[in-house]
Ligand binder design. Sequence first.
Ligand code: NAD
Ligand code: ZN
Ligand code: ZN
Length: 344
Amino acid sequence: MKAVQYREIGKAPEVVTVPDPEAGPGQVVLEVAAAGVCHSDIAVMEWPAEVYGYGFPLTLGHEGVGKVAALGQGVTGLEVGEMVAVYGPQGCGSCAKCAEGKENYCLRAAELGINPPGLGAPGAMAEYMLIDNARHLVPLGDLDPVSAAPLTDAGLTPYHAIKKSLPKLVPGSTAVVIGTGGLGHMAIQILRATTAARVIALDVSKEKLELAAAVGAHETVLSDADATKAVRELTGGLGAEVVLDFVGVGPTVATAAGVVAVEGDLTVVGIGGGTVPVGFGTIPFDVSVSTPYWGSRGELIEVLDLARSGALTVHTETFGIDEAPLAYERLHAGQVRGRAVVLP
Ligand code: NAD
Ligand code: ZN
Ligand code: ZN
């Protein structure tokens, strides 16, 4: 089968031919229908050798949906031919966090060497994909596979980040979304669908801000040195109850810290390496800072249900598997509107 692999530090991903996976006992093979292209993959492929720890070759793709192609011995509750979404941040399945469905915060994944598909384990950017356990699969039902693939991360990650802040997103509140790409354009819609908050979107690109407005942002602000002042003005000087940073570089976390309100939530989702100084007097009183990772299995089911209700429109640009390296180039250049999705 064809697979898109990262094969050497600093080299662009390549489309190669590898053996088809086979389902061992308890495992499932999916015929991949769609795989989303996440900016985290670009970060991974920029890591120097001393940071990169996933091994080579790495089949990319941590947002996947597909058709059940084969069931290993003992797998029950799934039918060959059924369409499913893959829950990516897989854990051990039995620690206290996994027992709550929060496999993204598994207490033993590192110790046991469990990695998400595409981020250590072979991912979804291939014609077939091996799933270790049927519990990682959520039925898609009649959801469109191309739109559904990004929901497994670009949808799930903002959903998890926003859900924690729902008590603060009362009518009259403001939510700021910094970076309106794959995750950000979903965050705006999740905020609109689940809260009465006013949404202010920030991005460096005019085209991205147009998308932000199209998917429901009430206000858009260019993310530059004046952004803090502009958001403060839009909020009557008070700032925003919830600030979600989907970039996470120095300048954006500085903006986030500058626009968050007293008792607000400052949530850094982007992995750009920026830091916020935290100490008395450095940020408004009683601000909660968090760095959430992906989401729980239960939350994936909720995101898919939210999409099924018609509340989410995933903007996608599709690429054939041979064009996957181009999809990464375009994402790196900031040229993808919404989410790039590879159709293997
Ligand atoms: P993307 O490239 O689709 O979107 C990023 C957006 O940020 C683009 O629209 C870009 O124009 C904008 N941007 C860049 N610099 C900016 C700035 N200074 N101010 C405002 N906007 C700016 O990326 P994505 O796939 O949506 O991922 C977003 C971030 O989230 C990445 O850092 C990714 O690694 C991270 N991520 C984190 C998790 C997690 O679990 N914490 C999960 C998935 C992705
Ligand atoms: Zn991702
Ligand atoms: Zn666990």
